[in-house]
Every structure is written in C-alpha cells, then in structure tokens.
Design a protein around this ligand. Structure first.
Ligand code: UTP
Length: 274
C-alpha cells in the first residue's frame, strides 16, 4: 500500500502573475476550495495519507491551510458556516503533513529530488496540484494508478491524448500497448516540437514513482529549459526496467493556465450548484 504522496509546489506560477506574486498558485480557489486541497483529497482517497509538500519562498499559506485556525473556528463555532470547514477538518484529522523547501527552482525533477528526505525509500505518489483531475463516475486518477501499481510494481505516469499543436507543452511518451489503456514506455521526450513528438500522448501531473528514481534524478543533467526534468530520469528508468503510461479515466484541467482554470471553475461550479 502506498502511503506517501509528494506535492511539488515550489514553482513561481508566472503564468498567473500578478495573482501569484505573493500567493502560492496552489492556493488559488476553484469555486471555494484551493487547488491543493483537491489534490490532497485525491491522494487521501487513494490511501495516501502522508502528505509531503515541497514548498519555496512565499508559500507559507500552504502550511497554514493544513493547520487549525483557532480564532476563526471559535468565531464561527455553532453557526451554519461551520459546515464549510467539514472537508478541510477531515483532511487535517486523517493526514499527516511534512514540508521541505526547494531553495532554487531547478525544475520538477529537482523538486521531486528535494522531496526525498520526506519520502524515504518507498514507492510514492506525485500530484501537481495545478493539474486538477476529477472523475465523477468512479475513483480518482491517483486511486486508479495505485491499483495498477499493486499489480505491476513499477513507476506509472498518467497520460492523455492532446492535439498535436499542444505537444510542445508536455512530456510525450510512446511505447508498446499492454491493453487499451496501458502502455509500456519505450520513448519519452520533454516538450518536443510537433515534428519530433513520438506520439500525442502527454504526461499530466500524476505519477507513481519507485524510489530508485531518486538516484536516476541525481544522475540527470539539466535538459529542456536548463531544468532537471523528471521526464529524462523516467526515460532512464524505462530503459533499465519498466515504466508504464496509463490513460486515466476522468477529466483533467490545466489550472496552471488561465483557460484551464476558467474551464475548471465552470465545471466545478455546475457540480457545486447541484
Ligand atoms: P510548472 O511548469 O507549472 O511551473 O510546474 P510553475 O513555475 O509552477 O508555473 P509557471 O509555468 O511559471 O506559470 C509544474 C509543477 O512543478 C512544480 C510547480 O510548483 C508545479 O506544481 N515545480 C516546478 C516545483 O516545485 N519546482 C520547480 O523548480 C519547478
């Protein structure tokens, strides 16, 4: 059973400036809940109650969100507003939280390596909270992946088909189909030009990683954009052993972009009103 889930949340969120100048991107609300809370709910549903967050400067609000606020709670105690805290109270009661800081933003691979002190030597989930995933017909994306992990015991990345003029925004995979929704990864390229993309299957912000990934990241040189890319370390892992790509069930919204954020807000507001 995978217990730990890592949230790399140190990025600057420059696409959302000026909103993210002093507020973490992960605290931006979709309707009335911050993005990171949706991610932690998804992790908890998958049985991952040890939440490890990689933060950076200006991200204190994340720690405060997952802590008690006695003054506020006392103020609304006994009023109808109290029920608005039911979800976050459940999370605080059922999860443990640990934090570490990434001092320099050297990329997602580097952020994951920074989390090694929190994760230790065990398989773990990774959630990029700005990718909001919702599966209203069944279990969440991380839970679907945890189930696959129990069967295959290797790293798994969540993928979706994207239009070919969008492949340059993602890590893109190709490989051998194991079933309709599962591929054994044989090739993986970070942010390819559409002419160079091995397919249109893009990696989104959900991973299950086995702990040997940490040594592989340590050996990874800066790649695209001068950043240490998790895609490069995963390619090394795929060459030595096995990495699977899973076409998940559900909706995914890129809430790191304005368009995705608005789409997610509209989608969740419809559910909220029902
Ligand atoms: P993004 O590529 O969305 O970068 O990172 P960003 O800095 O957050 O946003 P923009 O592009 O400037 O608008 C994907 C995820 O990886 C984390 C981010 O916090 C986000 O969850 N990340 C990225 C880190 O934690 N550290 C890094 O050095 C880079």
């Amino acid at each position: 059973m995978i217990k730990k889930c890592l949230f790399p949340a140190a990025g600057y969120g420059t696409r959302f400036l000026p909103a993210t100048k002093s507020m973490p991107k992960e605290m931006m609300p979709i309707v009335n809940k911050p993005l990171i809370e949706y991610g932690v709910e998804e992790a908890l549903e998958a049985g991952m109650s040890d939440i490890c967050i990689v933060t950076g400067r200006g991200k204190r609000a994340l720690e405060d969100h997952f802590d008690a606020n006695y003054e506020l709670e006392h103020q609304i105690s006994g009023s109808s507003k109290e029920e608005l805290l039911t979800g976050i109270r459940k999370i605080i009661n059922e999860c443990t939280f640990s934090y570490t800081r990434q001092r320099e933003m050297k990329g997602l691979g580097h952020a994951i390596l920074t989390g090694q002190t929190l994760v230790g030597d065990q398989p773990f989930g990774v959630v990029l909270a700005d990718d909001l995933c919702i599966n209203s017909d069944g279990s969440g994306v991380l839970s679907q992946m945890a189930q696959l992990y129990r069967q295959f015991r290797c790293s798994i990345v969540a993928v979706m088909e994207v239009p070919e003029d969008e492949v340059h925004k993602y890590g893109v995979i190709a490989g051998q189909a194991i079933s309709d929704d599962l591929i054994r990864v044989e090739n993986m390229v970070e942010k390819p030009r559409k002419e160079d993309a091995p397919s249109n299957l893009a990696i989104i912000g959900r991973y299950i990683l086995t702990p040997d990934i940490f040594d592989l990241i340590s050996d990874t040189q800066p790649g695209k954009g001068g950043e240490i890319q998790i895609t490069d370390a995963l390619m090394a892992q795929a060459e030595r052993g096995c990495v699977l790509a899973y076409k998940f069930k559900g909706e995914r919204f890129d809430c790191g972009s304005i368009e995705g954020f608005i789409e997610a807000t509209n989608y969740c507001y419809d559910a909220f009103r029902k």
